[in-house]
Design a protein around this ligand. Structure first.
Ligand code: SF4
Length: 197
């Protein structure tokens, strides 16, 4: 296939264009790489607000920053999403909600921990009710700052996209049954017992 053909843009009849694009992609890529490509540009974060970082999360999808241009679209139902952006502090009470939400999401699924509070507790580091997100769900990308600006949230999404494609995480998950490292993640019963006691 010549360079000119590779650069072709399909227009006109949408069904015909979709068929040609599908044949081009399947001819060029293995299924796993196709899953990586599709997943990286279809990262839909679930709405799960844990703290004040959520205002910056919301601003990231405002017209000024327009995170939808990366294929990321916030959604309400956990079963239709594949990304959680932990928006700051995670308390013992929210930890159980976070874990249940993550378990409801279909794989391959990913987590970005946003803000100083979600890294090490931030300004609440010595509070009795703060937990580390990596004890609750496997975190893929850490985003420091208090609060992180919308540009940095967008950068975290791009970093995750790059990680998915370079390490073929989504493709391995689908093809080989790969699972994230759960070494530091506590069992769900323990996580939920922090709140219920
Ligand atoms: S990092 Fe700052 S903005 Fe984010 S939850 Fe913590 S205190 Fe709030």
């Amino acid at each position: 296939m010549s360079k000119m053909e590779e650069a072709k843009i399909y227009v006109g009849n949408i069904d015909e264009s979709a068929r040609k694009a599908r044949e081009l992609l399947l001819g060029k890529m293995k299924l796993g790489r196709l899953v990586d490509w599709a997943t990286a540009f279809s990262l839909w974060p679930v709405h799960l607000t844990t703290s004040c970082c959520s205002t910056e999360f919301a601003a990231t999808w405002s017209p000024r920053f327009d995170a939808e241009q990366y294929g990321a679209l916030p959604w309400v139902g956990s079963r239709q999403t594949n990304m959680i952006i932990i928006e700051g502090t995670v308390t013992t009470k929210m930890a159980c909600a976070l874990r249940i939400t993550w378990e409801q999401m279909p794989p391959p699924k990913f987590v970005i921990a946003m803000g100083a509070c979600s890294l090490d507790g931030g300004i609440f580091y010595n509070s009795y009710n703060i937990v580390k997100p990596w004890q609750v769900v496997p975190v893929d990308v850490y985003l420091p700052g208090c609060p992180p600006r919308p540009e940095t949230v967008a950068r975290a999404i791009v970093t995750l996209q790059r990680k998915i494609r370079e390490k073929s995480i989504a493709g391995k998950w689908v093809e080989e049954g790969w699972r994230p490292d759960m070494k530091y993640v506590k069992p769900k019963e323990d996580v939920c017992s922090w709140w219920r006691g």
